[in-house]
Design a protein around this ligand. Structure first.
Ligand SMILES: NC(=O)c1ccc[n+]([C@@H]2O[C@H](COP(=O)([O-])OP(=O)(O)OC[C@H]3O[C@@H](n4cnc5c(N)ncnc54)[C@H](OP(=O)(O)O)[C@@H]3O)[C@@H](O)[C@H]2O)c1
Length: 221
């Protein structure tokens, strides 16, 4: 399916869980050619068939990592780093979009130390790729109804490479979020850990998991 003549994916997504399937649909609806990769091709094929978006195709992980931009939607605790290691030669110079919040299995803490982040661990392990952190602050349910009334919520974007961030923003054109450059990759430490606060505030406000940030601003006089 993914290797039909003239069809080259722009984005490969690994993992068909809550985030992977929704991000694949979102990017494909914005017109990007997306391959949704799964450990189980039939699982991906069923999701893609159900979604029925012309620019979305099913594949396995190998199909996904062949795309010029790769977005793994797999938990660090489930072996994300080792999994990508299998495809490390395919990651050279690629845009690697990191959405990980490295929660442990009961969501009480992170599996990464305080002086690191999922994004930095990925960049350290795969220096041949250009890591951009994004969507970490967006809970899965938000993708189903991304607007809050008339308001677009924010996606905080991090990365050490300005061209990589620009490539990411081009890929994200037409998707229903406001993208803010939140600075270098090290800021992912804060953004990832912010999810603990968002999650508990959402529960207090009886909104979980339908909540997201929007930075309110007013132009300086
Ligand atoms: N959930 C959220 O609201 C949210 C928000 C922001 C960021 N994130 C991040 O997004 C990533 C994915 O989160 P998610 O909520 O989409 O997770 P999920 O629903 O559990 O899906 C993860 C997918 O990873 C794949 N996978 C590969 N190896 C696996 C293994 N050993 N065990 C289990 N699954 C494995 C599976 O897809 P296949 O079987 O198709 O290969 C699975 O469906 C995580 O890094 C998370 O921190 C999540």
């Amino acid at each position: 399916m993914t290797n039909s003549p003239g069809w080259a994916p722009e984005l490969g997504i690994l993992g068909t869980g809550r985030m992977g399937s929704r991000l694949a649909a979102m990017f494909a609806r914005a017109g990007r050619r997306v391959v949704l990769g799964s450990r189980d091709f039939d699982r991906s094929a069923a999701i893609v068939k159900e979604l029925g978006i012309p620019t979305l195709r099913a594949g396995c992980y190998l199909d996904a990592v062949r795309a010029p931009a790769v977005l793994p939607a797999v938990f660090v605790r489930d072996g994300l780093l080792d999994l990508l290691e299998r495809y490390c030669s395919s990651l050279k110079s690629k845009l690697l979009i990191d959405i990980s919040n490295p929660f442990n299995s009961d969501y009480s803490d992170f599996v990464t130390p305080w002086d690191s982040s999922g994004a930095e661990e990925l960049q350290r392990r795969f220096p041949q790729a250009r890591v951009v952190g994004a969507f970490k602050n967006v809970f899965w349910e938000v993708f189903d109804h991304p607007q809050f009334g008339d308001v677009l919520s924010d996606v905080l974007v991090t990365g050490d490479s300005a061209p990589a961030k620009a490539e990411f923003l081009k890929l994200a054109e037409g998707t229903p979020f406001r993208y803010l450059d939140a600075g270098p990759l090290i800021r992912s430490r804060t953004i990832e850990r912010l999810t603990f606060i968002t999650s508990s505030l959402g529960q207090q406000l009886n909104s979980y998991p339908r909540m997201n940030w929007r930075l309110l601003t007013q132009a300086a006089a």
